[in-house]
Design a protein around this ligand. Structure first.
Ligand code: PMP
Length: 422
């Protein structure tokens, strides 16, 4: 069934909250198109979410009226661009409740943020025989940089195991922590399984041993309220393109006292105080970590995306997303031959599944013919795939603009896949 405004409205009312998905969908122009002659169903939000018109408009306004390099110029345009860029940083600060804006370093996304911490903190603090603790469900972005560091320093990677539902085993985690542990890196929400990890508890247990914690928040910030002071995490990364902002935008939050002790990630313009051929002294935070010309338009766009999110009832958005996830989970699990991968009690965003005897890439291709965008593959989490004994999964991932009718179309298309392969 094609989702008309009327059917969607009815559906929204049945959810019992005030979430007006018809109105919300109008904010996202990309959703109103057809793919393969069918209305687009966009269920690949964990890879990149869509961008609302207000964010598009803010980016265009910057390019039309303000485009100029930041920080260095005394002229009008440069000052306007700088004000907008630094304004976006303050919006980020408020959004994650950091103490100070200088604790919010602009980066291209979570990958760059984690690499910044690996270089800036890890290379200085980790030595031979030291240990780095990550979890069994991490994205490659929170595995590979630490492996590179271990290789360079002769350190060891320790892995927190998970159970068959995709939940971390906290007692086993605690047993991994010791005086050699130099950092813990854990994702807030799993992109492959949808699990929400108990970050506050994970941080508290690491801090008992004096170990700092990096949280990969790529999938956390788009779905959950993030308060870095309440979580008490030492680092938190955000990918703007998963949070209704343009690609190239992102943040790594770090506690000021840690960032100040860290070495710069990249050297170049804007991150220095003085340069001579004999010696360079570095700028203060956040500039020390922002060498070269940043993605000015994208970060201003991230600020606009935060304004947009703040204009919504985020608690209602979350409830609505949870209902969609529950609805999709019930419908898909009822189909014979479909197995859900990731059945944690606390989940958000992503729903991974496999169909008996069908490769997930075939699922993705057939769904695309139906105008449905999902992701098929290992989701940059090959160890997670191995843990669940599958080469890959199909993954539908939701945002607050998706509808139950779209889930129904997903379910019908999955049934069609099964028919094709039976
Ligand atoms: N961590 C997680 C959990 C992710 O889902 C992703 C993106 N798939 C990343 C890290 C990497 O983010 P980015 O590509 O924006 O750097």
């Amino acid at each position: 069934m094609i989702a008309t405004e009327k059917t969607i409205q009815t559906d929204t009312q049945s959810t019992g909250n005030a979430w007006d998905v018809v109105r919300i969908r109008r904010d996202f122009p990309v959703l109103a198109q057809t793919v393969n002659s069918k209305p687009l169903v966009y269920l690949d939000n964990a890879a990149s979410s869509q961008v609302p018109q207000v964010v598009i408009d803010r980016g265009s306004r910057y390019l039309r009226e303000e485009h100029s390099n930041i920080h260095r110029g005394v002229h009008y345009l440069s000052q306007r661009a700088t004000t907008a860029y630094e304004g976006a940083r303050e919006k980020v600060r408020r959004f994650i409740n950091a103490r100070e804006a200088r604790e919010c370093i602009f980066v291209r996304g979570s990958t760059e943020g984690i690499n910044l911490v690996m270089h800036g903190y890890g290379r200085k603090s980790v030595g031979v025989g030291d240990e780095i603790v990550i979890s069994a469900m991490e994205h490659h972005a929170n595995i590979v940089p630490w492996q590179m560091l271990c290789e360079e320093k002769g350190a060891k990677l320790r892995v927190i195991p998970m159970n068959d539902d995709g939940e971390l085993l906290l007692d086993e985690y605690e047993a991994l922590l010791n005086e050699r542990t130099k950092i813990v890196g854990v994702m807030h929400v799993s992109n492959a399984l949808g699990t929400i990890n108990p970050i506050k508890e994970i941080v508290a247990r690491a801090h008992k041993q004096g170990v700092p914690v990096l949280v990969d928040g790529a999938q956390g910030a788009p779905h959950l309220k993030v308060d870095v002071q309440d979580l008490d995490c030492d680092f938190y990364t955000i990918s703007g393109h998963k949070m209704f902002a343009p690609t190239g935008s992102g943040v790594v939050y770090g506690k000021a006292e840690l960032l100040e002790r860290m070495q710069p990630f990249m050297g170049g313009g804007d991150m220095i105080r003085t340069v001579t051929f004999e010696q360079t002294t570095y700028a203060g935070l956040p500039n020390k970590f922002e060498a070269g010309t940043p993605a000015i338009a994208s970060q201003i766009g991230l600020g606009a995306a935060i304004d947009y999110l703040n204009s919504l009832d985020r608690a209602a958005a979350h409830r609505y997303e949870q209902e969609l996830l529950a609805y999709a989970t019930a419908k898909l699990s009822a189909i014979e031959g479909v197995r859900i991968i990731g059945t944690a009690r606390e989940k958000t965003g992503s729903l991974s599944f496999v169909i008996e005897d069908v490769h997930p890439h075939d699922v993705g291709t057939i769904l695309d013919q139906e105008g449905i965008a999902i992701r098929a593959g290992h989701h940059c989490a090959q160890p997670t795939m191995k843990r669940f004994n599958v080469p890959a999964t199909a993954r539908a991932s939701f945002a607050f603009y998706n509808t139950k009718e779209e889930v129904d179309r997903l379910v019908a298309a999955v049934q069609k896949v099964i028919e094709v392969f039976s």
